[in-house]
Design a protein around this ligand. Sequence first.
Ligand code: SF4
Ligand code: SF4
Length: 427
Amino acid sequence: MRTALGRALDREAEKLLACIHCGLCVSACPTYLQLGDENDSPRGRLYLMRAAAEGRLPMTSRALAHHIDLCLGCRACETVCPSGVRYGRLLEAVRADLSRAGATPGLWSVRFLLNHIFTSPTRLHWFFAPARWLRRRAFVRRWAKGKFLPARARLALELLLATTPEEMSPGDERRIIPLAASGRRARRVAFFAGCVARELFAHTNRATMDVLAAHDCEVEDPPDQVCCGALHAHAGEIETARALARRNIRAFERSAAEAIVVNVAGCGAMLKEYGELLADDAEYAERARAFAARVRDVSEYLLEIGLRPGPRPLNLTVTYDAPCHLYHAQRVRTAPLEMIRRLPGLTVVPLTEAEMCCGSAGIYNLRHPGLADQLLERKIAHLRRTGADVLLTGNAGCLMHLRRGVQRAGLSMRVLHPIELLALTYA
Ligand code: SF4
Ligand code: SF4
């Protein structure tokens, strides 16, 4: 039987043959920069994939599984590749084959969660209920700082605490009410609420819907929507990702909204790639392409329809870290910064290596905490030099990881989604 990787390589054959081994991807790759091993670079991983697809390396090879597992999936290699090698497609394909071959040990608990909890909004809601209760408890902060829990449990608690809404000043969270709306409902948009985002970042979702309403949008929240499937695709659970994609397509086809607006970079990248995910599905291929064509990151959409920030000057110095799945995967590069620059009273300062992965990468920071923390420390060193009051980033996972890093480093910097700051201009 032809493997997923074999099929993906066939599709990319022309571009792979055009690889000029220039090494541009190598020096852009965070795992190579940290580890210095060619096998942990895009070029090295492509060699390994090709060897596996051609039968020169068994799919059960530990070296193959190890080096593929260490990849962040950040897709910085795609941005710099002059031949247009679509590394992300190949990565998902090889991970699906490795999963099928049982070559990714230690992932059974992750697979259980992905296939049985993240597929059901009801089960997911109950799964996160204790987390929502715990993050407000003072004793959890003590547990996260103490030494009696295992390191991985403390890390999980720190990340959970980093989902707590941050207020710029007391009461801000309650005062995010759009005053700019004219009362007309000129446009209809459907909001993609996400899975972790719906459960742990309800405040960001609410701010997004408020901002859209302030732009005279009637905002729908289609009731049957589910997780986008990005975590599944990245973990090799490609069939579950496809099943989720079909459910989302059906849920949003019922809406006549002109756009599907999303505020999480990782979800947006996945939704925009449904056409490729379901390319071989006769019933869904065309519907998936039509769905993907409607998807917009919230920054993209607001600029398209004409951004109208509120009048309240924020008087802050801010910097911006580009989420990989917005910058490299969706190629949405200027819209978030353009949106931030137009907010009243902000001074925007550049961040060195803003386009380099922070180490969050879905659940990478939980699976490979050592390497994820090295990348985080690199980012914190750059952040320290900005002197910014606020760090902005448009992806839930990056926000948790960076906020944890900022808090551990003792910086007084706040970490927010750009849309939360925009919402404050109406308060
Ligand atoms: S950047 Fe592209 S062309 Fe250059 S080595 Fe990497 S894959 Fe090959
Ligand atoms: S996706 Fe990121 S970590 Fe993986 S090979 Fe490409 S640049 Fe390196």
